[in-house]
Design a binder for this molecule. Structure first.
Ligand SMILES: [Fe+2]
Ligand SMILES: [Fe+2]
Length: 285
């Protein structure tokens, strides 16, 4: 490999309550470092409103590198149920060309896995649900790649499934992880929990690495706004959690995916100060 492949993994921007200071910095970093691609793992918007998608489109189109987007549960039409059922991605109309798009680089591919459904037979529709059709689409894309191509799967919800309880995070997540463990998958990239993590999940077919990106919105959970910078050198994938607070990657990462993945605050509630360390300019590299 001539040079390492660099990816920026962004998630949960939630246009409508986006952190514009963080977004200005991320765009400047994209322009400065020119990553090979930007992967956004869902929840582009807060309520899937038209003006939120317009702001998302303007910002994403301004990035001078290839972009692929996974939709999140907040991106499905929330108020007009016929549209939610008939065309869940309707609000992406102006940039459908970027949604669920496979990207191929030098021996590395990003392959989407949709974890959203318009409705599900449990109370909390914000959680993930992987249909057989969605999993088959992901696996067939992986299987069609040239041999030796390594894969990063992009999904909105972490694939961890708690098991028997109805509150399991992502229905069919265990099944998807087991299928991905049989393939040349470097990691599954996801969002939704608004904190970063980098963990190994055991399956009957071997472990699968799961990497989560934090949020770039004001809807923080326990860490400041951030994104992940991924570097693949042909043998090792490294993750650096970039943030404006100067917090180290280790301190930014949570140890496990919480079963209750909802950020603690809803829209309109006060935003608590992060207060871990003073805000400073990011260190120059
Ligand atoms: Fe989110
Ligand atoms: Fe979400």
């Amino acid at each position: 490999m001539a040079r390492p492949t660099t990816l920026f993994h962004l998630s949960d921007i939630h246009f409508g309550i986006e952190d514009n200071c963080a977004l200005d910095w991320v765009r400047a970093e994209v322009e400065r470092k020119k990553p090979d691609a930007v992967a956004i793992t869902g929840d582009l918007t807060m309520r899937a409103r038209t003006h939120e998608f317009a702001a998302a489109e303007e910002w994403i189109r301004s990035l001078p590198v290839p972009v692929t987007i996974e939709p999140g549960n907040h991106d499905l039409p929330a108020y007009y149920l016929p549209l939610r059922y008939l065309d869940p991605l309707a609000r992406f109309e102006a940039f459908r060309d970027l949604v669920e798009q496979r990207l191929e680089m030098d021996g590395l591919a990003i392959v989407p896995l949709n974890t959203n459904v318009p409705a599900q037979p449990r109370f909390n529709w914000s959680k993930g649900w992987i249909t057989e059709k969605a999993l088959d689409a992901c696996l067939s894309q992986i299987d069609s790649l040239p041999p030796h191509t390594r894969v990063l799967v992009t999904a909105h919800h972490p694939l961890r499934e708690a098991g028997t309880r109805g509150t399991a995070l992502t229905h069919n997540g265990n099944r998807a992880l087991a299928a991905l463990a049989k393939r040349k998958v470097l990691a599954v990239l996801s969002g939704h929990v608004h904190d970063a993590f980098d963990i190994m999940e055991a399956t009957p077919n071997g472990p699968v690495r799961m990497i989560g990106a934090g949020t770039l919105s004001h809807r923080i959970r326990s860490t400041p706004p951030s994104f992940n910078e991924l570097t693949w050198n042909g043998s090792e994938l490294t993750v650096r959690v970039r943030n404006l607070e100067g917090v180290s990657s280790d301190d930014m990462m949570i140890d496990t995916v919480p079963e209750d993945a909802m950020p603690p605050r809803e829209e309109g509630e006060p935003v608590a100060p992060v207060g871990r360390v003073p805000r400073t300019d990011p260190p120059l590299e």
